[in-house]
Structure formats: structure tokens, C-alpha cells
Design a protein around this ligand. Structure first.
Ligand code: SF4
Length: 369
């Protein structure tokens, strides 16, 4: 753990906290986009360390959480079919659809399998030519290159029994929507380092210029996040609004050019519905027409499925940073990781699950306080 320990050094963390406190002259509201960043902030109590000068609100950056309810319902309908082997990351199996989840479909006899990459699903398709293997392709730009590669490979091999149910969402359109909202109170963003590792941060430069909002690409360890907060606070206090890169050990301005090229070959940008938020224009990927033979939505004709969110769940407001999970009346009572009502409580990256894990139990502060 030596490499990671360097990014969790309590003495450096304390020094960064002092610098943030010394820099703040008025309260600022910052949003971390990614659920992984939310978990680090909660786990190490960083949000409490930088308060009240910095109010951290949590963004929509958990891919499981923002997968539209109707997309989950489509997955359930496909997975229940007798000729289908449905492959998914484990997180998605517990995400509740309108009436069921993938675990229950599996318990009822559906062939639902947990895989660790789309290439595992591709192997299943090669090994079982008499089965229709469907991979649940969820995620932000981070997982898109591997999913694109699986489709491209299946297309090249003529694997007609392999398809993907695509639910890819893109971060910049969600930031744009938040900034255009009259109720927005976010003044600076910590952009997700893993997404920017793939796509770079040119688009974030445009957003920073257009909306006069500072954006810092941040990593996932405590020191990454404290440094990103310091960079944002410094910009705000100086009256600057730029896109900066804290996560230099992973992110280049242009991103990963080879990965982007593969994504662009297989996917095209399209409107997409986000769970709890609704449809956002040009905010996701769909397969290009030349790959439609691998489009599960078309193959199984589930495009018309629609669904409504449970009324008590305020995940829409949580995912937009307008409410915290503890503002929800169901939090920790009717909604827990064992009995999730909404996706942010299911996913390991969800904000509600982070609050449940670290705000209801003793935290591991590893000496930061
Ligand atoms: S605590 Fe549960 S019901 Fe409340 S917003 Fe989070 S997921 Fe929805």
C-alpha cells in the first residue's frame, strides 16, 4: 500500500486543510462530480474538515445511480427471456427497477451472470453460440472504451449472438444542465479524474469559460481532493474561472487518444434519460447504425418501456446537489443498503450509500482530524 499511503499522509492533509481555511474569506459551494470522490470525502471526514468555509455537495457522477429506471426495466425484461444470458457488473444486480431487480430475475431462473469486463461477456458469446449473450453497458466515458472495443470485436468476428444494452452517460452535459438551472448554487466543480483520463479536459475548459465557473480535474485520494479544493477556493477568491488539472499523474489535456478513437468509431452522441433527473440533450452514447446488429434494445424490441420513480425518493435532488441524503425522510429507515428505494443507496459509489456507511457508523479518519 506504499503508493496509496503517500496520498493519505495525515501531516500533508492537515497542512492542506490549514491552507484552505487561510484562503477562504466567505463560504463557497463546491460539487464533486464522481461518487468515488464522494466516498473518499465522507470516509475521511474531509467535508467536515473544510466546513463551514467550503460546503461540499455531491454530484450525479455515479453511473449506477443515474441509469434510468426504464433502462433497468428493459434489462429485466431482456434478462428474463429464456434464450438470453445476461451479463452485468455486480453493482447493477441489486439496482431496483419498477417491480424487481436482476437478482430476483436470476432467482426466478433467469441466466444472469456477473462479469468483470465486457470482454468476459464476449467470451461467453463465443463459448455459447446457441445463447443470446447481452452485456449491460452502463457507465460514464470511463467504461465506454472497453464496451466499444467489445462491440467492435464482436462485429469483426461476426458474433451475431452478442449484443449490448447501452446506457452510457456523459459528464459535461450534466454539468451544463446544473449550471443552467435557476436553483443552482454550485460555484466550483471537482471534475472526475478517471473520466478525464479517457476524454481529457478540453470540454471542461469550454464550460469554465462559458459559465465563468472554476473546474478542477481531481483524483480520488484524500490529498488529491484537498488539493483540488484548495485550487478551486484559490480561483474563487482570486476571481478566476479556469479549468485546471490536479490529477496530473493520470490526466492529459487530450485524454487517451486511442481510447477516444475507439469510442467514436462505435458510439455516437445522443439524448439520454438520467435516473432522477430526466432527459438531457446530447448527454449519452448510442451505437452507430453500422453496429445495430449488436444493439439489444433493437434486437429485443424494448424501446417502448417506460417507468416512474418512487415518489418518496429525492434522489433527483441529491444527484443535482440540491439536497443531501440525510434530508430524505426515508434515509436510514425505510431506505438502507439492504432495502434500497433508490439507486444512490444501492451502488457502492452512491451518495446515499456513502452517507449510510460513514455518517451512521464510526468513521475511519486515519488521523486527519
Ligand atoms: S435515501 Fe433512499 S429514498 Fe432517499 S434519496 Fe437516497 S436512495 Fe432515494
Amino acid at each position: 500500500m506504499k503508493y496509496l499511503d503517500e496520498y493519505r499522509d495525515p501531516a500533508i492533509a492537515r497542512a492542506l486543510v490549514e491552507k484552505i481555511r487561510a484562503r477562504v474569506t466567505r463560504p463557497w459551494v463546491l460539487m464533486e462530480i464522481c461518487g468515488g470522490q464522494t466516498h473518499t470525502l465522507m470516509r475521511y471526514g474531509i467535508d467536515e474538515l473544510v466546513a463551514p468555509g467550503v460546503d461540499l455537495v455531491h454530484g450525479p457522477g455515479c453511473p449506477v445511480c443515474v441509469t434510468a429506471l426504464e433502462t433497468v426495466d428493459k434489462a429485466l425484461a431482456i434478462a428474463a427471456r429464456p434464450e438470453v444470458t445476461f451479463a452485468s457488473y455486480g453493482d447493477m444486480l441489486r439496482v431496483p427497477g419498477s417491480h424487481s431487480d436482476l437478482f430476483r430475475v436470476k432467482a426466478a431462473g433467469g441466466d444472469v451472470r456477473i462479469v468483470y469486463s465486457p470482454m468476459d461477456a464476449l467470451k461467453l458469446a463465443r463459448a455459447m453460440p446457441d445463447r443470446k449473450v447481452v452485456f449491460f453497458a452502463v457507465g460514464f466515458e470511463t467504461t465506454a472504451p472497453a464496451n466499444a472495443m467489445a462491440v467492435w470485436q464482436a462485429h469483426r468476428e461476426g458474433l451475431t449472438n452478442f449484443s449490448v444494452l447501452v446506457s452510457h452517460v456523459l459528464v459535461p452535459p450534466a454539468i451544463r444542465l446544473l449550471l443552467q438551472s435557476p436553483s443552482n448554487r454550485v460555484q466550483g466543480f471537482i471534475a472526475p479524474g478517471h473520466v478525464c483520463t479517457v476524454v481529457g479536459y478540453r470540454e471542461y475548459e469550454e464550460l469554465a469559460r462559458e459559465f465563468r465557473v472554476p473546474i478542477v480535474v481531481g483524483g480520488f485520494e484524500p490529498l488529491d481532493l484537498l488539493e483540488a479544493i484548495l485550487m478551486l477556493v484559490s480561483q474563487l477568491e482570486d476571481g478566476r474561472a479556469e479549468a485546471e488539472n490536479q490529477y496530473v499523474r493520470s490526466v492529459a489535456r487530450e485524454g487517451n487518444v486511442a481510447a477516444r478513437r475507439t469510442m467514436e468509431q462505435v458510439f455516437e452522441v445522443a439524448d439520454r434519460k438520467w435516473r432522477g433527473i430526466g432527459e438531457i440533450a446530447q448527454s449519452g452514447y448510442r451505437l452507430r447504425p453500422e453496429f445495430e446488429a449488436h444493439d439489444a434494445e433493437k434486437i429485443f424490441n424494448v424501446a417502448g418501456v417506460s417507468a416512474e420513480e418512487p415518489p418518496e425518493c429525492i434522489s433527483a435532488l441529491v444527484l443535482q446537489g440540491l439536497k443531501k441524503p440525510t434530508d430524505c425522510t426515508a434515509f436510514g429507515e425505510r431506505c438502507t443498503p439492504d432495502t434500497p428505494m433508490g439507486a444512490p443507496m444501492v451502488s457502492g459509489e452512491g451518495a446515499c450509500a456513502a452517507y449510510y456507511a460513514y455518517r451512521r457508523h464510526e468513521r475511519d479518519l486515519v488521523g486527519l482530524h
